[in-house]
Ligand binder design. Structure first.
Ligand code: B12
Length: 499
């Protein structure tokens, strides 16, 4: 069997980082880890070819070579997934689909031959068995959750590593919390399931052996879901692993209670973590209760963020407007919060209800569901009828974006962050691509953009005050360029929705 593993193209979104990737000469931010894991579960004797269409185009040659296509996608890739499926069917290929898009909306993909949904560790073996016996079914699902200690390492060798800005690795799945808008627990459950430290070290070793020295993103839903294991086992193992190695900084996602555990933060920093994404959502306690995000309630969230920054972790944050209890003042409150906290990479979205979530059910029962969600939670659209008038909501949303990514406040936020940030212990190794990125930023931002003045002011200020943080300052200037490009487009979408 010749198998094509297909990953659809991301639209030009906040998280695609398309406009920033152009600076470092990379094609995609992260690899399709689901497909690489599926590849490791397929029979060894099968021939496999990965086509991540974010990195290269699918060709007629690929289609002529293959017997079967395995496709993975998130909801945000819906349209490009449709295009790939149509091409595979026209070429006479059997199409097998899995991953979050199909787990949520498989009914909308009539052309697909087989849906192998939920975690492939559980649903792929029965499909392969039926296929071998000549009677594969159309749909394979499982309500159970996989034991990650049995998950094989992703098949990295299928990947053109150099085309990616960051590699990813997964230590755990599931999240103990219960936020009503989040898809994670619907897809992966509340119980935090983990791999062993030996598995993680083996995965890192294999990336290292293939020459990877760049950053690695631990794509866990909540990396700190099992704190005792982290402190006693995984983090000491990672600290030992990096002793004879340079570079390879780690990034991850965690909940805000990370700020309560100084020892955990110190160990993470020692292990090489320098950035953490946190769902902040809103500074409003009533809205936090409304969505069940109790872990964020009744805290000094700005101080929490600063404590994490001071430990040596840059905080990226997710924010939402459009809760039922949002007052007209929420837009300015969000702006003030983001500016004060020094969260430079602030992802602000309108509340959306993904299928399978508690919010989706509530909206359906209240007759407030307008459609399926777009899959891009920062595109200025929503699939629910909000309590606030939609015109007021989209205008307020536009006000937030117009402000936080405008050059003056954006660069001010970088300074707020750099003042607080303890320079990371593990330095990202300087590569030729970084040098190129710096040169490109001089031209594209320092000469040819409306942020030119703030760019030069930031560079000189950083050189004088925090010279060790110059690469962070440059990177954030480049991110800002990307955010401005994307947000300009999204604001237009939001406007058209309101009218
Ligand atoms: C890393 C990540 C990203 C990366 C993208 C990495 C990439 N190139 O794919 C970044 C940071 C860019 C990102 C962005 C976004 N993401 Co994201 N992301 C994740 C995260 C944390 C991990 C994904 C991962 O690598 N998992 C590890 C692999 C092993 O798991 P997997 O892909 O699910 O694959 C398993 C199964 O699904 C199955 N499988 C997968 N594919 C296939 C294919 C076949 C044929 C078969 C048989 C089986 C199969 O087998 C695998 C092993 O069990 C997930 C949450 C999660 N835990 O999965 C969210 C998640 C996928 N993201 C989500 C969302 C909503 C987004 C964003 C819209 C914004 C946001 N809120 O995060 C943007 C959109 C992207 C964009 N560019 O616009 C949602 C998707 C919901 C959905 N139904 O589509 C998830 C589930 C998180 C959530 N809160 O709900 N994301």
């Amino acid at each position: 069997m010749n198998i094509l593993l297909l990953y659809p193209e991301f639209p030009d979104t906040f998280w695609s980082f398309k406009h920033a990737l152009a600076f470092v000469g990379k094609r995609a931010a992260l690899p399709p880890l689901g497909l690489l894991t599926v590849a490791a579960l397929l029979p060894r004797e099968w021939q496999m070819r990965l086509v991540d269409t974010n990195v290269r185009a699918l060709t007629e040659k690929d289609l002529a070579w293959a017997d079967c296509a395995f496709i993975s996608a998130m909801v945000v890739q819906r349209e490009s997934a449709r295009g790939l499926i149509a091409r595979c069917k026209a070429a006479g290929l059997r199409v097998v689909a899995g991953g979050p898009l199909f787990a949520c909306e498989h009914q909308l993909f009539g052309e697909v031959d087989h849906f192998v949904l939920n975690e492939a560790e559980l649903t792929l073996p029965p499909f392969l068995k039926d296929l071998e016996q000549g009677h594969p079914q159309r749909l394979y699902t499982s309500a159970a959750f996989a034991d990650l200690r049995l998950t094989p390492a992703p098949l990295w060798r299928l990947l053109a590593l150099k085309r990616y800005a960051t590699m990813s690795i997964q230590f755990s799945r599931g999240c103990p919390y219960n936020c009503d808008f989040c898809n994670v627990t619907a897809l992966l459950g509340h119980r935090v399931r983990i791999k062993s430290s030996a598995q993680i070290i083996a995965e890192l070793d294999s990336l290292h052996a293939q020459g990877w020295r760049g950053a690695v993103f631990f794509v866990d839903d909540n990396f700190i879901g099992n704190k005792p294991f982290l402190k006693a086992d995984l983090l000491p193992a990672l600290i030992a692993w990096r002793k004879d190695k340079a570079g390879t900084a780690f990034i991850t996602e965690a909940s805000i209670d990370l700020a309560d555990d100084q020892r955990l933060m110190d160990l993470m920093v020692q292990a090489g973590f320098d950035t953490v994404f946190i769902g902040i959502e809103t500074p409003d306690n009533t809205c936090l209760s409304e969505c069940g995000k109790h872990q964020n309630g009744d805290r000094n969230l700005v101080e929490d963020v600063k404590r994490i920054q001071r430990a040596g972790l840059q905080v990226q944050g997710g924010f939402i407007v459009g809760f039922d209890h949002d007052a007209p003042s929420i837009f300015q409150r969000q702006i003030d919060f983001i500016q004060r906290s020094g969260i430079v990479t602030a992802m602000v979205g309108l509340l959306q209800a993904p299928a399978g979530t508690r919010l989706y059910e509530r909206m359906r029962l209240e007759g407030r569901l307008r459609s399926e969600h777009s899959g891009d939670n920062v595109d200025g659209t929503t699939n629910i009828i909000p309590v606030m008038k939609i015109e007021a909501l989209t205008a307020g949303y536009r006000k937030i974006l117009d402000h936080i990514y405008a050059p003056a406040p954006y660069y001010l936020r970088i300074r707020t962050f750099l003042r607080e940030y303890k320079a990371p212990r593990v330095r990202r190794p300087l590569q030729f691509s970084h040098f190129l990125a710096a040169m490109r930023s001089v031209y594209r931002i320092g000469l040819a953009s409306r942020a030119w003045l703030q760019y030069w002011q930031l560079l000189f200020w950083t050189l004088l005050r925090y010279p060790r943080l110059l690469s962070e300052a440059l990177m954030l200037a480049i991110y800002g360029y990307h955010f401005r490009m994307v947000c300009e487009r999204h604001v237009v979408k939001g406007e058209s929705m309101a009218t």
